[in-house]
Write a protein that binds this ligand. Structure first.
Ligand code: ADP
Ligand code: ZN
Ligand code: MG
Length: 471
């Protein structure tokens, strides 16, 4: 009976060397108040200068999210007084943001859905306030670091959908290398807006939820809020337009401030910064920064390599993994085999050692070599897994490990025939039973031969020999 509407405001900290309008270092975790200067502290008379890297990364995101790029991005002052912003205003964009009317495509509940992007703008981040008992501490290292805000249209309906959008978006910005997307450390933050209304009546009165530092909390808070608003409307109680906070200890949203206390920011153009006009050369450089995005890569992996969705999802999640996978395929490895090794065997070892693929002893060349040794029957499956372990433990090539450890598969018919004879002679009871027509002891005899050879005997050949010699 009710329809729900969700719109997100996502902030991401751009991975630039320096802050957006001064030369201070942009780095998380430094000693408080060490990366500051008169510009980001807002001393009288200082002049901001736009960081070229920050505007470059901003346009990369705007392009990747299919935005119409503004021919003239204007910086404006957003005026407010709060101790986290010593200038008493924040340089932001308002009337002419750098990107507008983009979109993100989702696959939600088996259907394609397009979430429109209202706008994207670049601004400076505020400092960080740490509330300790009855005092508040301030760290201005973050003040003036580049922050990109992405505002969606209220096109989503459920917490799950917003969570999916965030996961999708996070993957995209990580692919683009513009932000690490770490919601716990606050390099990616999200405010969620939600309203409900009677079916067909359009948007309701929105509630904004803040303090959401994981995509899971975004989902939980939105679903909680939809339920709360539904109960209110059912009881005939009006929903008030307000800002609420997510309480992660109690799993509820709590009122923070109402619309009446909303700010009037008195935006006006920043007199010390000219509008940014992206030229042809700049835009060409932006296009060079674009990469195949995760969704497209996922579709291509499924279409070209015949992967199932689970495997494709796993492989494309991190760009480094997807790149690694395609590097392995270049050597001629079978797409499904390579995918399954990465998805199961390799992942298991990485998880166990709390390691990342990048920088681990397993290079794409090494995995490719291992898979080709396996494909050529020079080792068999069980040994291959041991070889993989050894690559991680010893940081050596698979071919060398196999040689050093004598793990190469035994393929010689003569050698194996002698072994089969030996095992049959040593286990006359089992051998006679098989000869009398009982197939059950075959497994036992096979096991004995594998034991003799340390698992190196080529199993199909052994099977054939066993059948011949007991037939
Ligand atoms: P404000 O002026 O309060 O900042 P905006 O119109 O700029 O509101 O929208 C901020 C965010 O809230 C956007 O993501 C937008 O999609 C979402 N939003 C706006 N109105 C509604 C509504 N009635 N219901 C749900 N979300 C909304
Ligand atoms: Zn500074
Ligand atoms: Mg707004």
């Amino acid at each position: 009976m009710y329809q729900s509407f969700i719109g997100l405001e996502i902030h991401i900290q751009l991975l630039t060397e320096t802050k957006v309008f001064c030369g201070c270092i942009n780095r998380f975790g430094d000693e408080p108040n060490t990366n500051v200067c008169p510009v980001c502290m807002g001393y009288p008379g200082v002049l901001p200068a736009l960081n070229g890297e920050a505007i470059h990364l901003s346009y990369i995101v705007a392009r990747a999210l299919n935005c119409t790029l503004s021919p003239q991005a204007v910086f404006e002052r957003k005026n407010y007084f709060y101790p986290d912003m010593p200038k008493n205003y924040q340089i932001s964009q308002f009337s002419s943001p750098l990107g507008r009317n983009g979109w993100i495509d989702l696959e939600y509940q088996g259907k394609k859905k397009r979430i429109r992007i209202h706008e994207i703008h670049l601004e400076e981040d505020a400092g960080k306030m740490i509330h300790a008992g009855d005092m508040s501490l301030l760290d201005y290292n973050r003040a003036g670091t580049p922050l990109l805000e992405i505002v969606t249209e209220p096109d989503m309906e459920a917490g799950e959908e917003a969570e999916l959008l965030l996961q999708n978006f996070r993957r995209t910005i990580r692919y683009l290398g513009v932000c690490d997307g770490n919601m716990e450390e606050g390099s990616m933050r999200c405010d969620a807006n939600v309203s409900i209304n009677l079916e067909g009546k359009g948007l309701g009165r929105k509630v904004e939820i803040k303090n959401l530092n994981s995509s899971r909390f975004v989902r939980m808070a939105l679903n909680y809020e939809i339920e709360r608003q539904t109960e209110n409307l059912d009881k005939g109680v009006k929903v008030i337009q307000e800002t609420r906070l997510w309480n992660e200890n109690r799993d509820v949203t709590e009122a923070m401030r109402t619309k009446e206390s909303a700010h009037d920011y008195r935006y006006f153009p920043e007199p010390d910064l000219p509008p940014f006009i992206p030229g042809a050369e700049f835009l060409a450089r932006v296009d060079k920064g674009l990469v195949e995005l995760p969704e497209a890569r996922r579709a291509r992996f499924i279409a070209d390599y015949g992967l199932n969705e689970t495997a494709a999802d796993f492989l494309i999640n991190e760009k480094a993994t997807a790149d690694f996978y395609e590097e392995v395929l270049k050597s001629g490895a079978a797409p499904d085999t390579a995918a399954s090794w990465l998805q199961f065997d390799v992942r298991k070892i990485l998880n166990r050692g709390n390691q990342e693929l990048a920088g681990s002893p397993l290079t794409a060349q090494r995995l490719a070599q291992l898979l080709s040794l396996l494909a050529e029957n020079r080792i068999h499956g069980k040994i291959a897994k041991q070889v993989l372990e050894a690559v991680f433990a010893e940081d050596k090539d698979p071919a060398r490990i196999i040689k050093e450890k004598g793990w190469e598969q035994m393929n010689s018919p003569a050698e194996l025939a002698a072994l089969v004879d030996k095992v049959l002679a040593a286990n006359t009871k089992a051998a006679d039973a098989v000869r009398a027509g009982d197939e059950k002891p075959l497994g036992f005899l096979m096991g004995q031969i594998m034991k003799e050879t340390g698992g190196r005997a080529e199993p199909r050949l052994v099977q054939k020999l066993l059948k011949e010699k007991t037939g």
